[in-house]
Design a protein around this ligand. Structure first.
Ligand code: ADP
Length: 167
């Protein structure tokens, strides 16, 4: 069985992520969307909230699983019997960092390959940070995130801007 892992912060999931998930899930028998728990990075949504949002958004894709990990991606990959890392590329600005990560992961485990998928041009401007910023300022995020999670994300952003954790 060909298993791929799509790792990321997904803070929160966007239509750009969904596009990569749909396309990658057609190529592999199983796609594991893996939320990274990074203690050095401040996130707006907890790991559980991020996983719940992804779960709702991918409900129609039977070969997509949701998981999370902390530490080295290659260790997580081995624990899942997966050999392919999926990464999305938006612009040249993504390239340098992703290139370095791909080479480092291959050095850590030569059996693991990173596959890059070009963003759909419709989503090349889209990132989780943009969604958070637009939402926080009261803009419409309806076209930016999957329909199934628009309300959940709006609710969270509203609760933060009305004096929640984000102060
Ligand atoms: P960031 O790196 O901005 O914190 P994530 O970690 O959530 O974002 O991103 C996870 C993966 O999804 C990365 O490989 C990233 O390049 C990719 N990605 C994010 N947004 C898009 C998009 N709009 N189109 C294609 N790929 C994307």
């Amino acid at each position: 069985m060909k298993i791929a892992v799509y790792p990321g912060s997904f803070d929160p999931i966007t239509n750009g992520h969904m596009d990569i998930i749909k396309r990658a899930s057609r190529i592999f028998d199983k796609l594991i969307v893996a939320v990274v728990r990074n203690p050095n990075k401040v996130s707006m949504f907890t790991v559980n909230e991020r996983m719940d949002l992804i779960r709702k958004a991918v409900a129609g894709l039977p070969n997509v699983e949701i998981d999370h990990f902390e530490g080295l991606l290659v260790d997580f990959m081995r624990s899942k019997n997966a050999r392919v890392i999926i990464k999305g590329l938006r612009a040249i600005s993504d390239f340098e960092y992703e290139f370095q990560m791909a080479l480092m992961n291959r050095k850590l485990d030569p059996n693991i390959e990173t596959l890059f998928m070009m963003t759909n041009y419709k989503y090349s401007y889209l990132s989780s940070s943009v969604v958070k910023e637009i939402g926080r300022l009261g803009g419409c995020i309806g076209d930016l995130v999957p329909d199934e999670v628009v309300l959940d994300i709006q609710k969270k952003l509203r609760s933060l801007s009305s004096g929640g954790q984000d102060a």
